[in-house]
Design a protein around this ligand. Structure first.
Ligand code: 13P
Length: 255
């Protein structure tokens, strides 16, 4: 399997944006624009928007995900939502390990691993985020950081379970900054993640594995990034909040 046979996944990460009513309106605007997409289209939305989003997306090709989940099934974890609750609610995808969780909410490689485990146990599809900080980038340790984050997150995950995971390479310095990795760097670092998957599993598993790029991907730069051999889609923040921009990225991935 190679890029030609790997299905691209374009996922929006709304972060802390949109009320339920705004979610409904945005998805209704988006539906006709992406209905002919030749890639998977996912929107990861705040917990409070999940039901409105699933209702609005019903019957369309848009799949709905959450932006995080807890590792325990239930318990005394005020403010948290479990993978089991998401699955029971009918949610299909979940983002795990986003750098904003790591940066602002004390997420570690180990808690990312625990959350991945919980999501897989509930048959959720995981978008696992990895990426280096600006300092790490300047120290030229990006490859080591990506390999470490990937290896710890996937510890104990079987090759069969790996089919429910995709990885998003998101350099932290590129998120919400307007700075984008060059298409060549996105391809290179996605390739390093793919090599790591080959080491952990098999060459075949790595060849079939979807690896997105995220970090200021927009309607203008998407085509160049997505044309790269190791870039199988995008995880989109800001541009996913505007239907026409997100649809343009979906279109770029469908070519
Ligand atoms: P931006 O597209 O706003 O840079 O955000 C990227 C991101 O964090 C997606 O998860």
């Amino acid at each position: 399997m190679n890029k030609a046979t790997r299905k691209a996944v374009i996922a929006g990460n709304w972060k802390m944006n949109n009320t339920p009513a705004e979610a409904t309106a945005l998805i209704n605007e988006l539906k006709p624009l992406v209905k002919d997409a030749d890639c998977d289209v996912v929107l990861c939305v705040p917990y409070i928007d999940l039901f409105a989003a699933m209702e609005a997306a019903k019957g369309s090709n848009i799949k709905i995900g959450a932006e995080n989940c807890h590792w325990a099934e239930k318990g005394a974890f005020t403010g948290e939502v479990s993978a089991k609750m998401l699955a029971a609610a009918g949610v299909e995808y979940v983002i795990i390990g986003h750098s904003e969780r790591r940066q602002y909410f004390g997420e570690t490689d180990v808690t990312v691993h625990d959350r991945v485990r919980a999501a897989l146990n509930e048959n959720l599809k995981v978008i696992l985020c990895v990426g280096e900080t600006e300092t790490e980038n300047e120290q030229h340790i990006t490859a080591e950081v990506l390999r470490k984050q990937t290896k710890i997150a996937l510890q104990g995950v079987s090759e069969e379970e790996l089919k429910n995971i995709i990885i998003a390479y998101e350099p932290v310095w590129a998120i919400g900054t307007g700075k984008v990795a060059t298409a060549d760097d996105a391809c290179k670092y996605n390739g390093i993640i793919r090599d790591c998957i080959a080491e952990l599993y098999t060459k075949e598993a790595a060849e079939g594995f979807t690896i997105q790029y995220g970090g200021s991907m927009n309607e203008k730069n998407a085509a160049e990034l997505l044309a790269k051999v190791n870039v199988d889609g995008g995880l989109i923040g800001g541009a996913s909040l505007v239907a026409s921009k997100f649809a343009a990225i979906v279109e770029a991935a469908s070519k």
